[in-house]
Design a protein. Structure first.
Length: 589
């Protein structure tokens, strides 16, 4: 069945069929006041000299002129720059400080030559040689750079700015909130669930406490078991209270399914709305709990996986899903499960419908579906998480054999891995025996890649419920290592280049079959260069692979990842293609 994670509140978004868990902070009268404090921070940049004049700047275009990591070709002549000057180089909000070693005038071409025998027109520009090279990633992935120069003295740096916050910065005594905070009204408890939002609009859900003294001075502390922030939060950070959990979808209350007939065995009814919503529930046998409840003559009946082992008086029913996500309910025959008693419109169902993997990103939920008295606004700094589409045929082929072997009990690390993959919202998982420094013993470590939200606690509860209670278990979300990958591929000129390039990209990033897709990456294990060669050469129209570059350097035979991490190439993948020029290249000779 389709599935959605647990909803712990009654916050409802009407007319929405896609279900996922969202962490929301609400503000309004009659509710706890919004806790919004900013961590004080000097807007200084680490490792930048105390002299800057950003109004004076030149620009370079790396596609044409950045081939040497120690040489920059500017877009004009800049006589203000002199040898020995410190310059600030900016690229996509990343900064590097370098010293000018020397500089000269350079005749830069402004266009391609019209004829092969003529030289292209040129203009004089300043060419700068740096004392130290720029990062290799800047060369591998070209982008526009801005050079800030002619800096002036701005004073002495007395305190290094706190640019980022991590979990450890809240220890041991917490952090003070900026400004004066209005004390909470009488009878209103301090929030225990908090949402953090940094200057880059990154969100994080944490558990902690807000303390406000009578003078209006506030302090926030986090629980001791709070995991380190990945990534760290960029200051200033805003803290929100009044956190509730909500699921998207719509509730159906007391839908009349039909009339019971005691003379009919295995009586069946269909729900009018679909798909039926399921929540993640670690206590459920398969980790998923249905939102369906059925009452017959106002008496609640119980859902079971099958009629096997049920007696003639057991008031139970089973639920089945069709390929079209339509839901049917079947009742017993009087031998295995009780028959329905005869009555008029006496079978009534209450449920939620709307499910799937679609979920709103952070900040997308900014208004209410309908007004609520005393509520002013809602914010969602954390992306919604959980949710999953119905099992596809390939999912069933992969999971069914392991499910049959596990039989509801995890013993080996492969069992834990298979169960984790089946949990809603988990894209990939890796399990192994490993040493845990915190507990100082060997444990079953499960790393997972999720599609959003904090799944670690629920996943651990689910896995622990499927294993021996004494099994030492640690569940942690795997950490992505953003990496750039540049591929230089030779194409058969008989094929359309655009189609071959698209096929190459799909062979690498397709969410189901791609070598670099999150579902197929090995967590904490190497990616071999030979795997890339084999994947690329298997695409029709590819003659050869001339170069593979990872993070600006030639790819080693194995691209390793530390324990609990994985290489994420999806955002920085570049495929360069060149038609084969000779028959030998086409034939591979």
């Amino acid at each position: 069945p389709s599935m959605t994670p647990p909803s712990l509140g009654s916050f409802e978004f009407d007319q929405s069929n896609s279900v996922a868990q969202a962490q929301l902070a609400v503000q309004g009268e009659g509710l706890a006041q919004e806790i919004a404090g900013q961590i004080p921070s000097q807007e200084l940049i680490e490792q930048i000299p105390a002299q800057v004049n950003p109004a004076l700047s030149g620009a370079i275009v790396t596609q044409s002129f950045l081939h040497n990591p120690t040489r920059l070709v500017l877009d004009a002549v800049y006589p203000e720059i002199a040898p020995g000057d410190r310059i600030l180089i900016e690229r996509d909000r990343q900064l590097q400080v370098r010293t000018v070693d020397n500089l000269d005038l350079f005749a830069a071409p402004v266009s391609e030559p019209v004829l092969e025998l003529t030289d292209p027109p040129t203009i004089p520009v300043t060419r700068v040689r740096l004392s130290q090279p720029l990062p290799a990633a800047w060369i591998a992935t070209p982008s526009r750079l801005t050079v800030h120069f002619q800096m002036v003295s701005a004073g002495a740096l007395t305190r290094v700015a706190k640019l980022h916050l991590d979990q450890g910065d809240f220890e041991p005594n917490g952090l003070a909130l900026e400004g004066l905070i209005e004390p909470l009204p009488d009878g209103v408890a301090a929030p225990g669930a908090l949402l953090l939002q940094d200057a880059m609009d990154q969100g994080r859900q944490v558990s902690g406490a807000i303390a406000i003294n009578p003078q209006g001075q506030g302090k926030v502390t986090l629980d001791q078991d709070t995991d380190p922030f990945q990534p760290r939060l960029r200051t200033p950070v805003t803290i929100f209270g009044n956190v509730i959990q909500a699921s998207r979808g719509e509730s159906v209350i007391d839908e009349v399914l039909g009339s019971g007939d005691a003379a009919q065995p295995f009586q069946t009814f269909a729900l009018q709305k679909s798909p039926l919503t399921y929540f993640n529930d670690p206590a459920a046998p398969n980790g998923r709990r249905s939102t369906l409840s059925v009452r017959v003559n106002r008496v609640l009946w119980r859902e079971v996986p099958s009629f096997f082992g049920q007696g003639p008086q057991d008031q139970v029913y089973i639920v089945r899903q069709s390929e079209q996500q339509e839901t049917t309910l079947t009742f017993g025959d009087g031998k295995t499960g009780a028959r329905l008693p005869t009555g008029i419109d006496n079978v009534i169902a209450t449920y939620r419908y709307g499910a799937g993997a679609a979920k709103p990103p952070a900040g997308a939920i900014a208004q209410l579906a309908k007004p609520v008295a005393g509520l002013r606004r809602v914010v969602s700094p954390v992306a919604a998480g959980g949710g999953a589409d119905a099992d596809r045929p390939q999912d069933i082929r992969r999971n069914a054999p392991t499910s049959a072997l596990i039989l509801g009990r995890a013993i080996s690390t492969l069992d834990f891995e298979a169960l984790a993959r089946e949990f809603g919202g988990v894209i990939n998982a890796q399990a192994t025996w490993a040493w845990d420094e915190t507990t100082q013993r060997a444990v079953v470590k499960v790393w997972f890649i999720g599609d959003g939200g904090d799944l670690a606690a629920d996943l651990r509860s689910f896995l622990q419920g499927q294993a021996d209670p004494t099994t030492p278990l640690v569940v942690t979300e795997a950490i992505a290592q953003p990496s750039s990958l540049v591929l230089d591929v030779t194409l058969d000129p008989r094929f359309t280049p655009a189609l071959v390039e698209d096929a190459l990209r799909q062979a690498l990033v397709h969410e189901e079959t791609g070598l670099l897709a999150l579902a197929n990456l090995a967590i904490g294990r190497p990616l071999f260069r030979s795997q890339l060669f084999a994947t690329l050469l298997a695409v029709e129209g590819t003659c050869g692979v001339r170069a593979i570059t990872v993070d600006g350097s030639p790819a080693p035979f194995a691209m390793t990842s530390p324990e609990g991490t994985y290489r994420d190439f999806l955002a920085n993948l570049e495929i360069s293609t060149t038609p084969a020029s000779t028959l030998q290249e086409v034939s591979g000779l």
